[in-house]
Design a protein around this ligand. Structure first.
Ligand code: ADP
Length: 191
């Protein structure tokens, strides 16, 4: 099973990605988590990525693509994977297409969680209060939303055109949203 989870910052991608990936027995690969782990370890990648993340900007494609390629090459991702927060740009879509085609597989579905932008700002400010993520200030949140609208939202139409888009309402209890995802995925053939 090869899936991607899309949605604006705060839509609940990470939470749902973990549950769905566990169900299919594949790793949930979150680019944001990998960048943050590198940042706290002080690796070269972390230091570089942190400059962009702190401002809410996207980490450059070349760096992000290389990181995802390395992660997907690991043995646990051979049966499949769920990508959380990747691809976010057209260049990343093209890169991912190449990576998947190389293994002779294809993407099974692109799941998009939709949530009203104002609700998202409130959720993220709430998260900032409890988790203290450095990029959850109102200014940086708005920048992340803007980039999502400009660069990532257009990818929804691209995946719709390929016939693999699953668009769902991300508002509700975590379990309710999970159920919507599973109901929708049942119609997706496994590979
Ligand atoms: P959110 O979806 O709430 O922005 P993430 O944890 O997924 O949170 O990502 C945090 C940050 O990591 C992003 O703002 C961006 O700087 C960086 N990042 C994550 N994924 C990508 C990606 N695919 N391309 C470029 N930058 C990324």
């Amino acid at each position: 099973m090869r899936l991607i989870m899309m949605g604006p910052p705060g839509a609940g991608k990470g939470t749902q990605a973990q549950v769905v990936a566990d169900h299919f027995g594949v790793p949930a690969i979150s680019t944001g988590d990998i960048f943050r782990a590198n940042e706290s370890k002080g690796t070269e990648l972390g230091v570089e990525a942190q400059r962009y993340m702190a401002a809410g900007d996207y980490v450059p494609d070349e760096l992000t693509n290389k990181m995802v390629r390395n992660r997907i090459d690991e043995p646990d991702a051979e049966p499949g994977f769920l990508l959380d927060g990747y691809p976010r740009t057209l260049a990343q879509v093209e890169e991912l297409d190449g990576m998947i085609a190389f293994t002779g597989h294809s993407l099974d579905a692109a799941v998009v969680l939709t949530v009203d932008p104002e609700e998202l700002v409130q959720r993220l400010l709430q998260r900032a209060a409890t988790e203290g993520r450095a990029d959850d200030t109102e200014e940086v949140i708005r920048r992340r939303q803007q980039l999502y609208t400009e660069q990532t939202e257009p990818l929804i139409e691209l995946y719709r055109g390929r016939g693999i888009l699953i668009e769902l309402d991300g508002v509700g209890e975590v379990d309710e949203v999970t159920k919507r995802i599973f109901d929708a995925l049942d119609v997706v053939p496994q590979s």
